[in-house]
Design a binder for this molecule. Structure first.
Ligand SMILES: [Zn+2]
Length: 239
């Protein structure tokens, strides 16, 4: 099968996590048929997932990093096939906000989904990882209050993530949503901030998005998602 590098694939939506629908509804094995790079979470909101070179890793709130086997389930994940021919540029001495401003100043990408990959050295990296939840699942804002925060200096590794236009908040995190894993597989998670020392940046714009829904999950099918306050709760939980 031809790998479509112009398409982003997503299982579940960010909005379904907001009221606490954390049960896994797709296997990692199935997810990886749709891409070899990406981000997400695992069963029970069990940590921060990052996928690259066809391997899915999960950073737990204990700081432990696991390689996810094909049978593990996820409620929400986004993947794409990495385009090895994407142009790369070297970036240095930028923090998270400066990098995102530079990207959007250089490219007219504000209205599309695109992938961001960074490989290299970071002077500073700050991440968080959520803790696996037990039923009855609390809402996302309550979980985010109890996340672990990790900091590292002089770390080398890989950043993978996405930009979503403001219009699609709820389906995804509007703006930039990036995850990190260091080369030693000792530090990573959902990125809160960083300072790049020197890294190779590549951007992969998508002309289409495949949004896959967990239609076998009766809880998802029957939940009444409230749009009011959704954006505020996402901001609170994701930043
Ligand atoms: Zn995240």
């Amino acid at each position: 099968m031809q790998k479509d590098t112009k398409k982003m694939y997503q299982h579940g939506t960010l909005a379904l996590l907001v009221p606490g629908l954390y049960d896994g509804t797709q296997s990692i094995g199935e997810l990886l048929k749709h891409g070899d790079y990406g981000i997400g979470t695992a069963q029970g909101l069990g940590g921060e997932m990052i996928v690259f070179d066809g391997v899915a890793y999960l950073v737990l709130n204990t700081g432990e990093v696991q390689v996810l086997t094909d049978d593990v389930l996820t409620p929400f994940a986004t993947v794409h096939f990495n385009d090895e021919n994407s142009a790369t540029q070297t970036v240095s001495e930028l923090d998270f906000k400066q990098l995102t401003q530079k990207i959007l100043a250089q490219h007219a990408y504000q209205n599309i989904f695109f992938a961001v990959t960074l490989r290299g050295k970071f002077k500073y990296m700050k991440t968080r990882a959520v803790a696996k939840q037990a039923k009855p699942y609390p809402p996302l804002v309550a979980v985010a209050d109890k996340q672990s925060v990790f900091e590292a200096n002089e770390t080398t590794g890989t950043v993978v993530g996405y930009y979503a236009p403001q219009l699609f908040e709820g389906m995804a995190v509007a703006g930039f949503h990036l995850h990190y894993l260091d080369d030693k597989h000792e530090m990573g998670g959902h990125i809160l901030d960083f300072t790049i020392q020197e890294a190779k940046l590549s951007l992969q714009p998508f002309s289409s998005v495949e949004q896959h829904f967990p239609i076998e999950d009766p809880t998802f099918m029957q939940t009444d998602f409230e749009l009011d306050g959704l954006s505020k709760q996402i901001r609170q939980a994701e930043s």
